[in-house]
Design a protein. Structure first.
Length: 149
């Protein structure tokens, strides 16, 4: 993403391609950037495959987490259970996108961003806690005179 983003910014700044006119349709920005690079057909196909793998992996991770939660923390839940959660996730997403079209996608994106902000605060608190724990461990090692863990 860093390479693609940097390339797109460079193209926009230097007036190369359609990105220099601003991003009209966000979903096409990657393809507008790639069309100004060599082998744009191949890189576009690779980009589509990478996005597909990203979505499948994210969906699988989400299904695994909800399966673990509903199984009471067990990692060896019966095989039909994760299949149920993955299928349900797909049906709900498909229904929302089919029923609401592009408006539903915007609502889903806004919801994801909105729920991400409180989680960011939790992650910051976890970082502070980790730092304090490591600092305490370092002090304990220094006091005991140990040379390592």
């Amino acid at each position: 993403m860093t390479a693609f983003g940097g390339t797109a910014l460079d193209q926009a700044k230097n007036g190369v391609g359609e990105l220099s006119n601003g991003i009209g349709e966000v979903s096409l920005a990657m393809f507008q950037m790639l069309e100004n690079l060599p082998l744009s057909g191949i890189t576009s196909a690779i980009g589509i495959m990478l996005v597909l793998v990203f979505f499948v992996t994210s969906s699988d991770s989400g299904s695994l987490v909800i399966d673990s939660i509903t199984a009471g923390g067990k990692v060896d839940a019966p095989v039909p259970q994760p299949i149920f959660w993955a299928s349900l996730e797909g049906v709900i997403a498909g229904t929302l996108l089919f029923g609401g079209g592009s408006q539903a996608l915007g609502v889903l994106q806004a919801g994801a961003v909105t729920t991400g902000l409180p989680f960011t605060l939790v992650l910051i608190l976890m970082c502070v806690s980790l730092y304090k724990g490591c600092e305490q461990k370092r002090q304990d090692i220094q006091v005991s005179g140990a040379s390592g863990i």
